[in-house]
Ligand binder design. Structure first.
Ligand SMILES: Nc1ncnc2c1ncn2[C@@H]1O[C@H](COP(=O)(O)OP(=O)(O)OP(=O)(O)O)[C@@H](O)[C@H]1O
Ligand SMILES: [Mg+2]
Length: 472
């Protein structure tokens, strides 16, 4: 995919995600506002009902106060008279024991009612009419009916006295005055200095959040999932891009690696067909050697690529035999030694293992050691000093290959064992390779139940350590 296109897509998706988050945020905010308005309406309704009920009680009280005693006595007796008459009529109509019981109950209630009226003869005062428990029970009653069940604080504020005249607990006076719901008590009376009923909910926010929690959690979750998926997709795209770059590099390298021996061979063949060369035995022998060497190089390259393909299909079968791994290392040193000496370098062997006999696949392990030493040489541009050491550990043998080359940074140390991965060097490709060696090494070692580690400092050198069990 085009790099610009990917950038455009990433920008668009980021903007969309961001807008989505903003929309979601406003949506939740609106929902909270609606919920709050709803709550306010319920509180308004409930408290208005309470005020109406309080007003009725006050009217009744006022009535008693303003009635002069004469009219009161008259109406009192009138009422008593009428009730007594009703009771008398009912007494005449009694037919069953249940009727008698009903009659007794009614007459008892009538007596209660009259004695109550007769007792009430005190002047009206708001502090006395309004009693704390009454307001409290009326408020909780009405609020509960509206579905609001949470702690509340209330108070009655007198603007005449400029203070709270009734308080539930007195704990939240400041909040009550600042953030409480305020209602005029007895709004129908045109008082110069009205009294106010104030109510405050200490846990209002928690109540709203509780109601909204599912919406908030779901929105957050959705956005988080979307973002994670987005990041994941971007990473996959980046990885795919990297992979395609690596494959391109690989193909370029391979073509180059194969083209060189092919052209050398064809040149040598051309020379051999020349009569003057044919007659010169030494010269033709030399050309034949060149053809042979280049042919071997081609075979090696093909082998390497074929091996990689074999791993891909998971078809690796080990042919195990008993052998001495130190002998294998010596063979490798013999083969690569010349290349190292050409660069004015040296290979130091430091064999300390007391037991170096293992049961493993000799051919593959030779390739493993050879890959490691080859890398140590390839990636040490000046005078390579390569130390190969062996050492026993409890269940096997440890082989270390140390060099004083260019080293590998931490980030790349994690990737060099991936297939086709080569540490990027910008545009300088002075060291040839396919990025297949270490992935092969790792696969072979793991197939033997061993492990490989790398320790490296940029510009100082690297040490690869292979842990191989004696047998598995
Ligand atoms: N001893 C080392 N010092 C520094 N860098 C190294 C060393 N060994 C490996 N690397 C880095 O790790 C990369 C992968 O190594 P690997 O052997 O898999 O591939 P290669 O050497 O590039 O190609 P080939 O398939 O021919 O071996 C190399 O390209 C190189 O950047
Ligand atoms: Mg290599």
């Amino acid at each position: 995919m085009n790099k610009n296109l990917i950038t455009v897509i990433i920008v668009i998706v980021s903007v969309v995600l961001l807008s989505l988050s903003v929309v979601q945020f406003y949506w939740v905010k609106n929902a909270i506002t609606v919920e709050r308005t709803n709550f306010e309406n319920k509180v308004n309704d409930a408290v208005s009902n309470v005020i109406i009920r309080l007003e009725k009680i006050e009217t009744f009280s006022n009535l008693q106060k303003t009635m002069n005693s004469q009219t009161r006595v008259t109406s009192f007796f009138n009422a008593m008279d009428s009730i007594n008459r009703d009771l008398y009529d009912e007494m005449l109509a009694v037919k069953s024991p249940e009727d008698i019981e009903k009659l007794i109950r009614k007459s008892f209630m009538a007596t209660e009612f009259f004695s109550e009226i007769a007792r009430k003869d005190r002047p009206f005062e708001i502090e006395k009419t309004l009693n704390k428990l009454l307001i409290d029970s009326l408020l909780s009653d009405e609020l509960r009916m509206k579905g609001i069940v949470t702690q509340f604080e209330y108070g009655v504020y007198s603007s005449e006295k400029n203070r709270m005249i009734i308080e539930k607990t007195g704990q939240y006076q400041a909040q009550l005055l600042k953030k409480g719901f305020v209602f005029t008590l007895y709004p129908n009376e045109f008082l110069a200095n009205p009294n106010y009923l104030m109510i405050y909910f200490p846990f209002e926010i928690r109540l709203l959040l509780d109601e909204m929690s599912s919406i908030i959690i779901v929105s957050l979750l959705l956005i988080i999932i979307l973002m994670l998926l987005f990041v994941y997709v971007i990473r996959i795209i980046a990885w795919q891009k990297k992979l395609s770059e690596m494959k391109n590099d690989f193909i370029n390298n391979m073509t180059h690696e194969i083209k060189t021996p092919i052209s050398t061979i064809s040149l040598a063949c051309e020379a051999l067909s020349d009569h003057s060369v044919k007659r010169n035995e030494a010269l033709s022998e030399n050309y034949i050697k060149v053809i042979n060497d280049e042919n071997k190089r081609l075979a090696d390259i093909t082998e390497k690529i074929l091996q990689a393909a074999t791993f891909e299909q998971g078809e690796l079968i080990l042919k195990k035999e008993i052998f001495n791994i130190e002998e294998v290392i010596d063979n490798v040193i013999n083969n690569i030694g010349i290349q190292v000496e050409v660069k004015d370098g040296k290979i130091i062997r430091d064999f300390r293992a007391s037991n170096s006999t293992i049961i493993a696949d000799k051919m593959h392990l030779t390739n493993v050691i050879s890959n490691l030493v080859d890398n140590a040489n390839k990636y040490s541009p000046r005078k390579p000093v390569i130390t190969i050491s062996t050492e026993n550990f409890s269940e096997g043998i440890k082989i270390s290959v140390e060099d004083n080359g260019i080293g590998i940074n931490k980030e790349n140390q994690k990737k060099i064992f991936d297939k086709l991965y080569r540490v990027p060097t910008g545009n300088i490709h002075d060291v040839k390779g396919f990025g297949l060696g270490l992935s092969y090494v790792k696969a072979i070692i793991e197939k033997h139940n061993g492990k490989i580690t790398v320790e490296s400092d940029l510009k100082k050198g690297s040490t690869f350590r292979v842990y191989l069990p004696f047998s598995n």
